[in-house]
Design a binder for this molecule. Structure first.
Ligand code: NAG
Length: 205
């Protein structure tokens, strides 16, 4: 039951963003969310939620861990590939400068959820509202590079992927028996609550 609901939320996010339409040359791509789409941000953070050791990355072209929570490519990589774009770099990567800003950026951070308290046990991770702040910062940097109007147009034509919700179950509601959230809400009420919080996040993007 719970895992089905998680899937629904994730799939809904995929559809929300992918409905932004057709691929274009030179279009930017931005990813927000959790470990399903984190392309390495947590490697730059003091957190226990990390994918920096084998077998992560064993099927990646370099056969090395990249910070992706995957043996190989992750969902954003496959989307980039299909759009004919380079993979988006983690926003915290020092390599994300100059022309590479035009490709977009990946703001995702493993362990986070819709709720601010989800993933607290992982210490320093980038919660979703912080990801949106970093996105604003990215836009300032892009403006400095290509001008305010160009940056506005580039961001408005971009594809955005948001994948959130799984950790609100596995790393919050079901984290321990009698968790705070499970004492506070029945499962159906919890689902209603996180969907209402998700709506606020989507409005803030
Ligand atoms: C989560 O944190 C953000 C940013 O600090 C805040 O604006 C928001 O109201 C918080 N949400 C809840 C439900 O507390």
């Amino acid at each position: 039951m719970a895992s089905c609901l998680v899937c629904c939320i994730i799939v809904t996010s995929l559809f929300t963003s992918l409905s932004f339409a057709s691929a274009q040359q030179g279009r930017a791509f931005f990813a927000f969310g959790d470990s399903l789409v984190d392309s390495g941000n947590n490697d730059f953070l003091a957190t226990t939620a990390r994918a920096d050791a084998p077998p992560y990355g064993i099927d990646f072209p370099t056969h090395r861990p990249t910070g992706r929570f995957s043996n190989g490519l992750n969902i954003p990589d496959i989307i980039s590939e299909n759009l004919g774009l380079e993979p988006t770099l983690p926003y915290l990567s020092p390599l994300l400068v100059g022309e590479r800003l035009l490709v977009g950026a990946n703001f995702a951070s493993a362990g986070i959820g819709i709720l601010n308290d989800t993933g607290f046990q992982f210490l320093n991770i980038i919660h979703i509202y912080k990801q949106l702040k970093l996105f604003a910062h990215y836009q300032q940097r892009l403006s400095a590079h290509i001008g305010k109007e160009g940056a506005w147009r580039h961001v408005n034509q971009a594809l955005i992927l948001i994948t959130l919700g799984g950790n609100d179950f596995v790393n919050n509601y079901y984290l321990v028996p009698y968790s705070v959230r499970s004492r506070q809400f029945s499962l159906p009420d919890y689902v209603t609550y996180i969907i209402s919080e998700y709506r606020l996040i989507l409005r803030a993007v």
